[in-house]
Design a protein around this ligand. Structure first.
Ligand code: ARG
Length: 458
């Protein structure tokens, strides 16, 4: 098919080359950003006298018409076009005639595509940030609900010390807050305008790049034209932030999968977010959590793909860079879906406090508190640690727990022991005594919740 860019070549490319070269299948989703960018460009050309104000107005009008028609479905994207940029220009020229051909003055597809992608990803970034906020709110609500529900806290997946389910959940709220911060930081560098860098070297026309940037709600412009058209850091940063976010969701998923197993049975997922087995009638599978965990690999893969694509590229634009879009769009689509499903799953999850408490009672998770009690009663920590260890061993040998061991047995190991020790190793007391900032006591969890809510309100 003959191309708009036919000139030194006759533009009659082979069909298979067209198919291979074309990006319209995946870049047509940027039509709104492409048209908005072109409107700002036309306005600038008019304001600078590069075209007449009347021509600029005609172009803007024509572009608005295309946008409306695409939005309403009256106009369909022609998938035989090379990309969305060519499509819009082709329709514009078809509708306006020669004036349409003036739009591409002092511009190249290289700065155009960089601009479109920045505008598009900034919007997606903000949508994702909204979903992350929803998830943080859901996690924080659950934490509030279970702020005094005792469960075992683990290290090495071995029962370690008693904590509350609320405390455990708030750990994820804190991770997600950092994700929000990373997204906002990435957005700051995404909203920098490359338009006016043109093909690579800038232009001989008296353009006003800052005027265009302002029209598009961007405060900054790319300061070097080669960098302006070659930079895809904003895609990598977004995928980096999304990879970390997915890693958090994946760890959370892993715990939910474990907790909903019969071995733990700490939580119950709602039927709306579980599936049955086609053969085993008793099964209630945590598919949503498993898929989120599974899709994490795919988001990492998207990041790796683009890092690898970019690593050997000379300046400035190279066609390799067209590969940026499928990777970053896949990451964005995947994360958006995962976040929404995850939030629904958390909102409808219920804890089973009896099982959490029972598990907390079995693992000697108050042994640290036993040692601490001895320290407070005059023993150096290492000696106290040793006695506590011997008492745990005694319990194991006698198949009992520290709470049920008679005082006389305690006193075989140290004459410091009094009846008071039982209050100190009571699980609720163990939790309540952990008053250090960020600890698991009720007051601390409540202040974590307040902190997160305050962060969400700004
Ligand atoms: N479809 C291209 C892309 O996605 C647009 C830029 C084309 N530029 C060019 N010089 N061929 O990267």
């Amino acid at each position: 098919m003959a191309k708009m860019w036919a000139g030194v070549t006759d533009g009659n490319t082979a069909q298979i080359a067209d198919d291979f070269n074309s990006s319209i299948r995946f870049d047509s989703r940027m039509y709104k950003q492409d048209i908005t960018g072109s409107m700002a460009h036309a306005a600038m050309l008019g304001a600078q006298g590069i075209i007449t104000e009347a021509e600029a107005a005609q172009l803007i009008d024509g572009l608005q018409g295309i946008l409306d028609d695409l939005d309403s479905g009256a106009l369909e994207v022609d998938m035989t076009c090379e990309d969305i940029h060519m499509f819009v220009e082709q329709v514009l020229t078809g509708r306006l005639g020669d004036v349409g051909k003036k739009l591409h003055t002092a511009r190249s597809r290289n700065d155009q595509v960089a601009l479109d992608l920045r505008l598009y990803l900034s919007e997606e970034n903000r949508t994702i940030a909204g979903y992350v906020r929803d998830l943080i709110a859901a996690v924080t609500d659950k934490a509030e609900q279970y702020k005094d529900t005792i469960m075992p806290g683990y290290t090495h997946l071995q029962r370690a010390q008693p904590i509350t389910f609320g405390h455990h959940l708030m750990a994820y709220a804190m991770m997600l807050l950092r994700d929000l911060d990373r997204l906002a930081d990435c957005d700051r560098r995404t909203r920098v305008s490359p338009i006016g860098c043109c093909a690579l070297a800038g232009t001989t026309y008296a353009t006003d790049r800052r005027f265009e940037a302002r029209q598009l709600g961007m405060d900054e412009i790319m300061r070097n034209s080669l960098d302006g058209v070659s930079d895809r850091d904003f895609c990598l940063e977004l995928m980096g932030a999304l990879s970390i976010l997915m890693m958090h969701l994946s760890r959370f998923s892993e715990e939910i999968i474990l907790w909903s197993s019969w071995e733990f049975k700490f939580v119950q997922l709602s039927d709306a977010y579980t599936t049955g087995s086609s053969i085993m009638p008793q099964k209630k599978n945590p598919d949503m959590a498993e898929l989120v965990r599974g899709k994490t690999g795919r988001v990492y893969g998207d990041l790796m793909a683009l890092l690898t694509t970019l690593k050997g590229l000379p300046l400035a634009y190279n066609k390799d860079m067209q590969e940026d879009k499928e990777a970053v769009f896949d990451a964005v689509d995947t994360v958006k879906m995962c976040l929404q499903v995850f939030t629904g799953m958390i909102e409808t999850l219920t804890a089973i406090p009896e099982n959490m408490k029972a598990a907390a009672q079995k693992g000697f998770i108050n042994a640290t508190d036993l040692a601490d009690w001895l320290v407070k009663n005059g023993l150096p920590f290492r000696s106290a640690y040793k006695i506590a260890g011997q008492l745990v061993a005694r319990c194991m040998a006698e198949n009992t727990v520290l709470e049920d061991l008679p005082l006389a047995v305690y006193q075989e190991y140290s004459d410091l022991f009094t009846e008071d020790v039982y209050a100190a190793i009571d699980l609720t007391a163990c939790v309540e005594k952990r008053i250090s900032e960020g600890g698991t006591s009720l007051a601390s969890v409540e202040s974590q919740i307040a902190y997160v809510k305050e962060k969400l309100s700004v």
